[in-house]
Design a binder for this molecule. Structure first.
Ligand SMILES: Nc1ncnc2c1ncn2[C@@H]1O[C@H](COP(=O)(O)OP(=O)(O)OP(=O)(O)O)[C@@H](O)[C@H]1O
Ligand SMILES: [Mg+2]
Length: 263
């Protein structure tokens, strides 16, 4: 992909309407800078996944345009486009009859890398996601915990070193402690790798922790885009509702700690 332009992904007046006429997305305008992590935050059904799938052309806009590296995705060769984009989703979608190694090697194999390079890369990305290959590479997905499968999903998305990562609630199904651990690791990884990331979540804390910017979706529209510090300090009532929930959660956590401390 072209490394010159600073905008990696751009939505220009994007609309997505179903054949029967229901509009799922409208007037979506958003530019994601290279190396930036944008969090798509919003309630269930607000259009986050639909937006994400327009980037790797799993869905096509019914009006407007999505561009990757300045080129409309409709003009990209679909295979080349998708291989340049790592995609990690909540239920991971690992192949059950492939080992961890085979799952992670999937895209490099499609890219016809040589065996040695694939083997080295599998080791490397499994180390990145804290799954030592000696212990994990030959296991099958059903021999892993949910959190470990999620890590394999991330390793697979990173394997061919794509410039863009799309993540759709990748940590949503995990227990809170494992989730917090993976969030911290992802943040470190992101600082190291500098990928362009679009990350779907409905967890305000996750959005604040991982995002350079937060794009708030409401009923198929983009309500606004905020840096985390702006998000915490805006007069916009829709944002304040999220911030209130977030702060109430923090308060509850503190109270729980307190109760436990007193025991
Ligand atoms: N193929 C489809 N046919 C009909 N409705 C659809 C279709 N795909 C999505 N929708 C609807 O479009 C809206 C947006 O869906 P989308 O999956 O983008 O939401 P989301 O923000 O990702 O929600 P969640 O947080 O629950 O994953 C929802 O109301 C959903 O029911
Ligand atoms: Mg979704």
């Amino acid at each position: 992909m072209d490394a010159k332009s600073t905008v990696a992904i751009e939505f220009v007046n994007v609309e997505f309407r179903l054949p029967e006429g229901k509009t799922l997305l409208s007037e979506l305008n958003l530019a994601v800078e290279r190396g930036e992590t944008v969090m798509l935050l919003g309630r269930s059904g607000s259009g986050k996944t639909t937006s994400l799938k327009m980037i790797n052309r799993l869905l096509r806009p019914t009006a407007g345009e999505v561009r990757v590296d300045g080129i409309p995705v409709t003009q990209w060769d679909a295979i080349k486009l998708r291989r340049g984009i790592g995609y990690a989703i909540q239920d991971v979608g690992l192949f059950p009859h492939y080992t961890v190694r085979e799952n992670v090697a999937l895209v490099p194999r499609l890219e016809q890398w040589d065996r040695g390079k694939i083997a080295r890369r599998v080791e490397e990305v499994l180390t990145l996601v804290s799954l030592p290959s000696a212990e994990f590479a030959d296991r099958y997905p059903h021999e892993l915990s949910g959190g470990q499968r999620q890590r394999v999903g991330l390793a697979r998305a990173l394997a061919a070193d794509p410039l863009i990562l799309l993540m759709d609630e990748p940590f949503g199904a995990l227990d809170p402690i494992t989730r917090a651990e993976l969030q911290r690791e992802f943040k470190k990884l992101q600082e190291k790798l500098g990928k362009t990331v679009v990350f779907v979540t409905h967890d305000v804390g996750e959005a604040l922790l991982l995002g350079n910017r937060i794009a708030l979706m409401e009923d198929g529209k983009l309500r606004g885009v905020y840096r985390p510090e702006e998000f915490l300090d805006t007069a916009d009532a829709a944002v304040q509702a999220y911030v209130d929930v977030f702060r109430a959660g923090q308060q509850m956590f503190r109270n729980k700690q307190l109760t436990e401390d007193l025991r």
